[in-house]
Design a protein around this ligand. Structure first.
Ligand SMILES: CC(C)(COP(=O)(O)OP(=O)(O)OC[C@H]1O[C@@H](n2cnc3c(N)ncnc32)[C@H](O)[C@@H]1OP(=O)(O)O)[C@@H](O)C(=O)NCCC(=O)NCCS
Length: 174
C-alpha cells in the first residue's frame, strides 16, 4: 500500500505520462488504437482543467482521473477516465483518486456521480463496486461495436426518506 499520495491539477507537462498509462491497458488497446485520437482527448481534459494527477514520493505522475461537473444528463458529474501507472497498480491509487473526486463533488453539493466501464474491464468494475457504485444500465455498442458499457452510479449524499421529511416538517410546524 502507498503511504502518501498528493493530488495536483493536471497540466500539459503530464500529457505523455497520462498517455502511457492508458496505452498500457486493455482499455487503451481496445479503444484507442488511433494514437492521435487519444492524445487529442487527454489534451482536451488537461486544457479544461478537469484532470487531477496522483503523485507519490516515487512517481510524480502515478495516476490520473478526469471528471466533468455536469457531464451526465447535463446535471450530474461524470468520471470520464481513470488510469494508474502499471508499476503502481493495486496500491490503492485508483481508489484514492476516486475518493478524492467524490469528496470534491460533495463539497460542490453534487448528489450523484456517474461513470461507464467496458464489459471486458472486470478489474475496474470490481473496484467501482467495492467503492459503492451500482450498475444502472448496460448499453451495447456504445463506443465501439461489439463492446457493451456498464453505466454505474454512486449516490453521494444521504437522501432523506419520506418519513424523515415528514418528521422534519412536523418539527418545523410544531
Ligand atoms: C482500474 C485501475 C484504474 C485501478 O487502479 P488501482 O490503483 O490499481 O486500484 P486500487 O489499487 O485502488 O484497487 C485495485 C485493487 O487493489 C486492491 N486494493 C487496493 N486498495 C485496497 C484497500 N484499501 N482495501 C482493499 N483492497 C484494496 C483491491 O483488492 C483491488 O484488487 P482487485 O482489482 O483484484 O479487486 C487500474 O487498474 C488501471 O489503470 N487500469 C487501466 C485503465 C483502466 O482500465 N481504467 C478504468 C477505465 S473505466
Amino acid at each position: 500500500m502507498i503511504n502518501r499520495v498528493s493530488i495536483n491539477e493536471g497540466v500539459s507537462a503530464h500529457l505523455d505520462a497520462c498517455l502511457a498509462m492508458v496505452r498500457d491497458s486493455d482499455l487503451g488497446r481496445n479503444y484507442f488504437q488511433d494514437e492521435g485520437r487519444l492524445t487529442g482527448i487527454i489534451r482536451e481534459g488537461l486544457l479544461k482543467g478537469e484532470i487531477r494527477i496522483a503523485c507519490t514520493a516515487e512517481n510524480p505522475c502515478a495516476g490520473f482521473i478526469w471528471f466533468t461537473g455536469a457531464g451526465m444528463f447535463y446535471g450530474f458529474p461524470y468520471i470520464r477516465l481513470l488510469a494508474v501507472n502499471p508499476a503502481c497498480r493495486s496500491d490503492g491509487i485508483g481508489s484514492f483518486l476516486l475518493q478524492y473526486v467524490e469528496d470534491l463533488l460533495r463539497q460542490r453539493q453534487a448528489r450523484k456521480v456517474f461513470l461507464t466501464v467496458a464489459e471486458f474491464n472486470l478489474r475496474a468494475k470490481r473496484l467501482y463496486e467495492r467503492l459503492g457504485y451500482g450498475e444502472v444500465a448496460l448499453i451495447s455498442d456504445l463506443y465501439i461495436a461489439g463492446y457493451a458499457e456498464h453505466v454505474m452510479m454512486k449516490q453521494l449524499d444521504e437522501v432523506p426518506r419520506p418519513t424523515d421529511l415528514l418528521s422534519e416538517i412536523g418539527h418545523a410546524i410544531a
